[in-house]
Design a protein around this ligand. Structure first.
Ligand code: TYC
Length: 104
């Protein structure tokens, strides 16, 4: 926390700047494509989003049938890291799988 004082004539302005924390939550959304295997998407959901095999299957099928689906809801920085991890895993395996962040 920092305090800044600006002086104008006799008046002294004082403002306390606080680092605002972001209480907002963000959805990490998986997007469907024609090439990523169902097995790979389920592996991502289990390893990156801590889903059970049954939940991973349910989410994967939802994305497959509807075009997108929520993998999880997190604080901004966590959501960003999840997207990065998904992208790195997918490129490594040469799949076009994409993940995106949306306001929760
Ligand atoms: N549509 C893919 C297939 O038929 C499976 C898939 C599901 C791909 C979810 C991406 O986010 C995805 N192999």
């Amino acid at each position: 926390m920092s305090v800044r004082q600006g002086q104008t004539g006799d008046a002294v302005k004082e403002r306390v700047e606080t680092k605002k924390q972001d209480p907002k939550q963000y959805k990490v959304v998986l997007l469907n494509d024609d090439y990523t295997t169902m097995e790979f998407v389920m592996r991502v959901l289990e390893s990156v989003f801590q889903k059970s095999p049954a939940e991973a299957y349910r989410i994967m099928m939802h994305v497959h049938l509807n075009g997108s689906g929520i993998a999880g809801v997190y604080a901004w920085e966590v959501a960003e890291t999840k997207v990065e991890t998904v992208t790195t895993m997918a490129r490594q395996a040469e799949f076009p799988l994409r993940a995106a962040i949306e306001d929760a």
